[in-house]
Design a protein around this ligand. Structure first.
Ligand SMILES: [Zn+2]
Length: 234
């Protein structure tokens, strides 16, 4: 399991990887999970949480970067088993409550046409256990009351209610707002609104974060995100 440590000593463990990277922010006494992953990884997730000493009392919250199935399938389990408060942007709460989120849209051309034609069948296939969110985020939410030195920031574009978690103004957990899959680029292949996405990148670059951890693929450096942002904004 890969772990990063910030200057204040908060640890970020990549607790699940492959289909959806999930990150556990460990502040010493309390934990915060960012994204829940797919249900077929539930036992891995649960066992790894227990191994790291996470208990019902110490997992203060699960922050969902958005409500797509690959990020949210274990949300209900985490709420029931660990008592984690589910935190999500207000624009995603209704999808979570239905256990379904509009299918992922291709960013452009043929991919967009294909994903649009597959919307209905995908919606049925990606139904998950519905969850009632406990805390709704709007533009920004301080995580200090949940035991983490950081905040949630609204970073729409991939979906209207996508958020990122900024830890110690140093490391950003960005969900699908940035991708780490394709060499030399951080631009997500699936998104709702590319203009909004670039505005969110500008927001992320206004933080002092030097490292961006996406839900898919490898970490992205600030230099790569800046380069990619300049290229896309021209
Ligand atoms: Zn997504």
């Amino acid at each position: 399991m890969k772990t990063w440590t910030t200057h204040s000593g908060q640890k970020i463990h990549r607790i699940l990887e492959r289909r959806c990277n999930c990150y556990l922010v460990d502040s010493g006494a309390r934990f915060l999970l960012v994204d829940a992953g797919r249900e077929n990884r539930w036992s891995d997730l649960k066992n790894r949480l227990l191994r790291l000493g996470v208990t019902e009392r110490s997992l203060s919250a699960l922050v969902l970067t958005h409500s797509h199935f690959d990020h949210a399938e274990n949300a209900a389990n985490l709420q029931h088993v660990f008592g984690a408060a589910v935190v999500v942007h207000c624009l995603e709460a209704a999808y979570l409550q239905q256990g379904n989120s509009p299918a992922i849209r291709g960013g452009y051309g043929l991919i967009r046409w294909l994903t649009d034609s597959l919307q209905k069948p995908l919606l049925v296939r990606f139904q998950y256990q519905p969850v009632e969110a406990d805390i709704l985020v709007q533009e920004k939410m301080d995580l200090q009351p949940l035991g983490c030195n950081g905040y949630v920031l609204h970073t729409p574009g991939h979906t209207p209610g996508s958020v990122s978690v900024i830890v110690d103004d140093e490391i950003a957990l960005v969900g699908d707002t940035l991708f780490g899959v394709f060499p030399g680029t951080a631009f997500p292949p699936f998104l709702q609104d590319s203009g909004l996405l670039l505005q969110s990148w500008a927001k992320l670059l206004r933080t002092r974060c030097s490292l961006f951890l996406p839900a898919h693929g490898r970490p992205r450096s600030r230099a790569l995100v800046e380069r990619c942002f300049d290229r896309r904004s021209r």
